[in-house]
Write a protein that binds this ligand. Structure first.
Ligand SMILES: [Zn+2]
Length: 696
């Protein structure tokens, strides 16, 4: 449609005000769409909030930050050399995973049936996103060629109307009458589409190529048209809603306003159907929710997506709910590791507010307030990643460091625990304790495995997250640069005013709190550096060129240093990280009279591998006055800061066939070594405990 036609139609329309308004709206949409396609968004940030009216912070372009030496450089190297190549092999070997084979069959390049879970497409897109993100740093032409080859198959699998979901497309090939799009709400179609949208945006920003983005545009248009006609019952296909984030990112990339309209409608339509569930967070409309409930991955993805919609629209009713949900999670429902989702299976914690006969089953879900068991903690890796995605968006919209604190906590603990140190094996659930003595089996292996049969959603999710940590390290505003996550890196970027900013960060964080930053190229005018003082840190100090700076260094806030910077300026931040013993609110029954050991952002655990033979981890108590000291060791070739010292060994008599007994007094001392929780299970099959009894 030409823009001139719009005015003509609006002027000549005589069929009533409503029609006139409708036409005007359509014209504005068309004009904006035209402008949008002419000027695709320029920012190459992973999550592009550079033009989001209600986001306080933007991001640097992907590839602007490269890990140099230290913790994240080590993880990134394993990601580049092992995690991505290894997982790519898994996903393209039909004898292990049918994920890519499904695309080949849907594209007509092979014959056969769909195999694997319905969300396999989405998981393949996540792995593809990891490759695209990796490419922004390495610029490895082999990765580029691999992506080109893969996109050709994905594009061929897409239907002419834009629909793409290999289970349905293959079923249609084999029996055209028998398969309908969006017929089964448990079919994960929107989950798959959402990850396609994100992967399309990331690939476009990484390579400048629109090949996958065009597939994503066709798919998003399909979804837009579908929702124009769908009944609420059909429209409730929102299992694991990655598509809220995906659709908003498509808007940010194309500036096509109908995608923003779609994202708003997707939130509004929730809770309107008759048979919504607490498990799926759609029993009641989003804006009426007051407590977090249900499947933790779905909840966190929903909140991340709603935060994206807020960043674009400024709809305060969304922000109000997000604030309620965040406080509910952080003050009552989150594990000390940032893990989310206490329950394997249960009933909705909201059961008391309505008829007991209506109490609904939930699975892999948030529990009731303060219900945080240890052996049976579910904590799906994807839920913990969802916690990162959500808090990242809350940080971008508000600029508040409390969200970076949660991101960091989840990243170092309950996200990294989802993958082995060698990068080849994965956990679906992340228990706080494990014992072979428990006389029942829980679903999903507690030893990491190369491929999680039927639920391999977590491996590509954790791999893309590790590939993308550098994109979360910094944020920018018109005023300055925000240091969100610390780690040895080189930053090289251009600010909005065109001036270059280059700096080098050297640090052993999270093993040591000293962070040394040297400017190599400074902005032309006065500029602020916002250095995050983590919530766990007391007594931080800050020097610029060797002199103390007059600025508040408050735990859980950013410290602002505003000045005219020049090349060679040196910032020295020190974040002391003594060993800390944490206790929980006494309403958390499962951890009463116990402590979790933490140093800096890292939570520790005790493994049976570090006790004298025959001793049980559950017999070890940590004295309040302890001598635990950091000691650098290596596990699987990765440097790991352990904590060594003396602990109390409680009465050693066996508990076999015993439920209760009189308390013993024959305590003795034992040498212990605690290791970071994320590194548990990397030295063979072990018993493990995160919360340990405290000896006061
Ligand atoms: Zn998962």
């Amino acid at each position: 449609m030409q823009s001139g036609d719009c005015h003509a139609i609006a002027r000549n329309d005589t069929t009533g005000t409503m029609m006139k308004n409708l036409t005007k709206i359509k014209c504005v949409v068309a004009l904006l769409a035209l402008a949008g396609t002419q000027a695709m968004a320029q920012s190459k940030a992973l999550v592009n909030t550079s033009q989001s009216k209600y986001a306080k912070l933007g991001s640097l372009d992907m590839g602007n930050v490269a890990w140099t030496k230290g913790f994240w450089a080590d993880r990134f190297q394993v990601c580049r050399d092992t995690m991505i190549p290894n997982l790519w092999k898994v996903y393209t070997d039909p004898n292990v995973s049918h994920a890519f084979k499904n695309f080949e069959i849907a594209a007509g390049l092979d014959t056969g049936s769909h195999s694997g879970p319905p969300f396999h497409d989405g998981d393949f897109y996540k792995l593809f996103e990891a490759v695209a993100s990796m490419y922004t740093v390495t610029k490895d032409p082999k990765l580029d060629a691999l992506m080109d080859k893969t996109i050709a198959v994905i594009a061929k699998a897409q239907r002419a109307d834009g629909y793409i979901h290999t289970p349905t497309i293959i079923a249609q090939h084999n029996d055209p009458k028998n398969a309908k799009a969006f017929a089964d709400r448990l079919n994960f179609e929107t989950y798959n589409l959402g990850h396609l949208m994100t992967a399309g945006c990331v690939h476009y920003r990484a390579t400048g190529k629109k090949t996958l983005l065009n597939v994503a545009i066709k798919a998003t248009d399909y979804l837009y048209n579908f929702y124009q006609k769908a009944s609420p019952e059909l429209a409730r296909n929102a299992i694991c809603p990655s598509h809220y984030m995906g659709v908003v990112e498509m808007y940010r990339t194309t500036r096509d306003p109908k995608y923003l309209e779609l994202s708003k409608n997707l939130i509004d339509i929730r809770g309107l159907m008759k048979d919504g569930t607490d498990d799926n967070q759609d029993r009641i409309p989003f804006r009426q929710q007051t407590k977090v409930m249900g499947h933790a991955v779905r909840a966190n993805y929903l909140f991340a997506g709603a935060a994206d919609v807020y960043a674009e629209t400024g709809d305060q009713s969304l922000k109000d709910v997000l604030d309620l949900m965040w406080n509910d999670v952080v003050t009552r429902k989150m594990y000390v590791t940032g893990g989310c989702g206490a329950l394997y299976d249960g009933v909705s914690p909201d059961g008391t507010s309505y008829q007991p006969t209506d109490v609904q089953k939930v699975h892999q879900a948030y529990g009731r307030d303060y219900q945080l068991p240890n052996f049976t903690s579910h904590n799906e890796t994807c839920a913990n990643i969802g916690n990162v995605l959500w808090n990242w968006r809350m940080l971008q919209t508000t600029g508040k460091a409390q969200y970076a604190d949660v991101m960091e906590l989840a990243l170092y603990n309950s996200v990294l625990s989802g993958i082995s140190l060698n990068g080849k094996n994965f956990l679906y659930t992340n228990p706080m304790s494990y014992s072979d003595d428990l006389p029942f089996n829980q679903r999903w292996s507690k030893d990491r495995v190369p491929y999680i049969k039927l639920s391999n959603c977590c491996p590509p999710n954790v791999v893309r997250t590790i590939a993308e940590v550098s994109d979360y390290a910094y944020s920018v505003s018109d005023k300055g640069l925000y240091f969100n996550l610390y780690g040895g890196n080189a930053l090289n970027t251009k600010l909005k005013d065109g001036s270059a900013l280059k700096l080098n960060e050297v640090t052993e964080y999270p093993w040591d709190g000293k962070v040394s930053i040297t400017l190599q190229q400074a902005p032309k005018s006065t500029y602020s550096m916002f250095l995050r003082i983590p919530g766990w840190c007391k007594n931080a100090t800050l020097l610029v060129n060797g002199k103390a700076v007059e600025t508040a260094l408050t735990s859980g806030e950013y410290a602002e240093v505003n000045r005219q910077w020049k090349a060679g300026d040196k910032i020295e931040l020190n974040l002391p990280m003594p060993v800390q013993l944490l206790e929980s609110n006494p309403l958390v029954e499962e951890t009463r009279n116990q402590v979790a050991v933490k140093r800096g952002p890292v939570v520790y655990c005790l493994e049976s591998a570090d006790l004298p033979k025959g001793q049980k981890v559950f017999n070890v108590a940590i004295p309040v006055k302890n001598d635990l000291k950091p000691e650098l060791i290596k596990i699987e070739n990765s440097p790991i800061m352990s904590l060594t010292g003396k602990a109390d060994l409680l009465g050693e008599a066996s508990w076999k066939n015993t439920l209760y007994r009189e308390i013993g007094t024959n305590n003795s001392k034992v040498n212990v070594r605690l290791i970071p929780y994320y590194a548990w299970g990397n030295r063979g099959h072990v018993d493990m405990a995160t919360w340990l009894p405290v000896d006061r």
